[in-house]
Ligand binder design. Structure first.
Ligand code: F3S
Length: 375
């Protein structure tokens, strides 16, 4: 990979943070045969929960001296920063989590604590960014037409500090071509479709749905795809911005309905993976309006940004006994571990809740999840 003189200097810098970050980007570029580094306009860093990074990660972050060079947003933490006690989070976890956030704030990252950074900082078509968090990566590439590879928390942080990323993979137009056509028969839930297809395809699917999808449905489709597979981009015929820039691939598959997830009696209904948008909260509130108070525990997750924009509505939901947490989610927070069976509308939560929180997870579309909370 070619490096400019200035980049060479950073690689040999006396500042160990700058040198380390350059080393990470150069190593990545060499593995993937990038030709050079290109500037990015933003970075989104994952692995923020103390539960994920642990003591070693915290010490590494505390040693950082350099500041971020581009706008840097952060993924959810392991708790709601204000309501951690109510979530059953221990004092010790709270303290450690706050140390992680302090270290990140010190280097200039914004404490957005959400996996939907695109509601706060929406990259334009063709913009190069370095984002971690697979669901945000797939949304940025597919729905917005921005360009990012599926970064790790560490490589996204290195890009945040240097302001660049190696040019390979999805930063290059020809690598964004679809590789398989997926026909979806009937009105299947997009989360379900993503869950099934992610486990079966490599590369970039182009979907043919029988109806138009909303942005929220494409968010769900992408998050599920990226959780059961390695997918970082998809196209939807007649909808996503780059779908007709390429030939339709000859390889095809069809998706139809089948059972996924566990069959159990949910003691928690958890919605908001990825974090709920304003529209999704309004949709849920609308159904809840006709149903009264939930009979099962019902938790919603969103960003602090959306929470404050819908404060009045959220407070009304809270008065009905529905908890609307921010800064965290059912997967990254240990709070979910005290439940036995969690009902979700997300293929991503369905994939990770059993693996990371050791609980059973059951799947249903959003409307059905809400209805079950009141039965
Ligand atoms: Fe977001 Fe947590 Fe799901 S980070 S995508 S809500 S697992």
């Amino acid at each position: 990979m070619d490096l400019s003189r200035e980049e060479e200097k950073l690689l040999n810098s006396d500042d160990p943070t700058l040198a380390k970050c350059m080393e990470i980007l150069v190593a990545l570029g060499e593995i993937f045969e990038a030709d050079r580094l290109i500037p990015v306009t933003s970075a989104h860093v994952s692995g923020i929960s103390y539960g994920n990074i642990g003591e070693e990660g915290l010490e590494w972050l505390k040693g950082f001296r350099a500041k971020v060079k581009v706008r840097t947003t952060l993924n959810p933490a392991g708790m709601d920063l204000d309501r951690w006690r109510e979530m059953g989070i221990s004092e010790e976890f709270f303290r450690k989590q706050m140390e992680v956030l302090e270290a990140l704030k010190r280097i200039g990252a914004e404490l957005t604590l959400t996996c939907t950074p695109y509601y706060i900082n929406r990259p334009s078509f063709g913009e190069h960014v370095a984002w971690a968090e697979s669901s945000a990566v797939v949304y940025a590439n597919s729905v917005l037409g921005a360009r990012t590879n599926r970064e790790s928390g560490i490589s996204a942080l290195a890009s945040a500090i240097i302001g660049k990323t190696p040019r390979y993979g999805l930063h290059v137009k020809e690598n964004r071509a679809p590789t398989i056509l997926v026909r979806v028969r009937g009105d299947l839930d997009p989360s379900y479709v993503g869950y099934v297809v992610g486990g079966e395809v490599e590369g970039i699917p182009i979907f043919e749905f029988e109806r138009r999808l909303s942005d929220d449905e494409m968010k769900q489709l992408g998050a599920s795809l990226a959780s059961t597979g390695n997918v970082a981009m998809f196209h939807v015929k007649d909808q996503t911005p780059e779908w007709d820039d390429f030939e339709i691939p000859r390889e095809k598959m069809e998706v139809d309905g089948r059972d996924i997830g566990d069959e159990c009696d949910p003691d928690l209904v958890a919605l908001g993976c990825p974090h709920l948008s304003e529209r999704e909260i309004i949709f849920i509130a609308d159904i809840v309006e006709r149903l009264g108070r939930p009979k099962r525990e019902m938790w919603l997750f969103t960003s602090r940004h959306v929470w404050f924009r819908l404060k009045g509505l959220i407070e009304r939901l809270e008065r009905r006994g529905i908890r609307v947490f921010r800064d965290t989610c059912m997967v990254v927070s240990p709070a979910t571990e005290r439940f036995d069976c969690v009902l979700v509308n997300s293929g991503k939560a369905l994939t990770y809740l059993p693996k990371l929180r050791g609980v059973r997870a059951m799947f249903a579309p959003t409307r059905e999840c809400v209805r079950r909370a009141f039965e």
